[in-house]
Design a protein around this ligand. Structure first.
Ligand SMILES: O=P(O)(O)OC[C@H]1O[C@H](OP(=O)(O)OP(=O)(O)O)[C@H](O)[C@@H]1O
Ligand SMILES: Nc1nc2[nH]cnc2c(=O)[nH]1
Length: 182
């Protein structure tokens, strides 16, 4: 596979400025919900895909935050079943806290639903899911909707802005797809 900065056949789906506007809007919505909280809110970044989005969002948030991460994956090359593989659970205490989960994409919903069950089981009093992009509801294998969505996208495999294509291209500042694979 080519390792060009952007693959030759890639088509742009969401440009940088649309992403930056979405990040501003999501940050404003989170600030409206959580500004004035007496207790710090826990923000969990879902690694790996959520890291670039979280890096854009976190500095725009204006309320006390405890930032942590979890690593759960179901699409890596070693995983043939699509089952969620928990590589790292959060290390901060979630009991009695409000939690914001930040992920790059909502597709079949399996990842977010499992993280929601984990956070609730760990005693979080509220769990708010923020995803950068969401595919249509028809893609869900399990019922799940995010609380805040940056952009709705079609049912295509996408990459860039944290999302990989065969492990590459997470560093692209926009979102792309491969038309011949759609
Ligand atoms: O809604 P779902 O169909 O469950 O898919 C969404 C998940 O898939 C991707 O993670 P992936 O397992 O590819 O790991 P990554 O974050 O390391 O890319 C993405 O980051 C989401 O967490
Ligand atoms: N990179 C990437 N990861 C995903 N995980 C679930 N759907 C997608 C997708 O379209 N692109």
């Amino acid at each position: 596979m080519s390792v060009d900065v952007v693959p030759v056949k890639a088509k742009l789906l969401v440009d940088e400025s649309a992403l930056q506007s979405a990040f501003e809007r999501l940050a404003n919505e989170l600030n409206s919900r959580f500004m004035g909280e007496a207790e710090a809110v826990v923000l969990l970044t879902v690694m790996n895909g959520g890291m670039v989005f979280a890096g854009q969002l976190i500095p725009k948030l204006r309320f006390p935050l405890i930032c942590d991460y979890l690593h759960a994956t179901r699409y890596d090359s070693a995983n043939k079943t699509g089952a969620l593989d928990w590589k790292a659970r959060p290390s901060v205490e979630l009991a009695g806290r409000k939690v914001i989960v930040v992920d790059d994409i909502l597709d079949q919903g399996v990842t977010c639903a499992a993280i929601n069950a984990f956070c609730t089981g760990a005693g979080a009093t509220q769990v708010v899911f923020v995803v950068m992009v969401a595919k249509p509801e028809a893609c869900r294998k399990v019922a799940f909707e995010a609380d805040l969505i940056g952009l709705s996208i079609p049912d295509q495999f996408v990459f860039g802005m944290g999302m990989d294509y065969s492990g590459l291209y997470r560093n692209l500042p926009a979102i792309y797809f491969m038309p011949e694979e759609s």
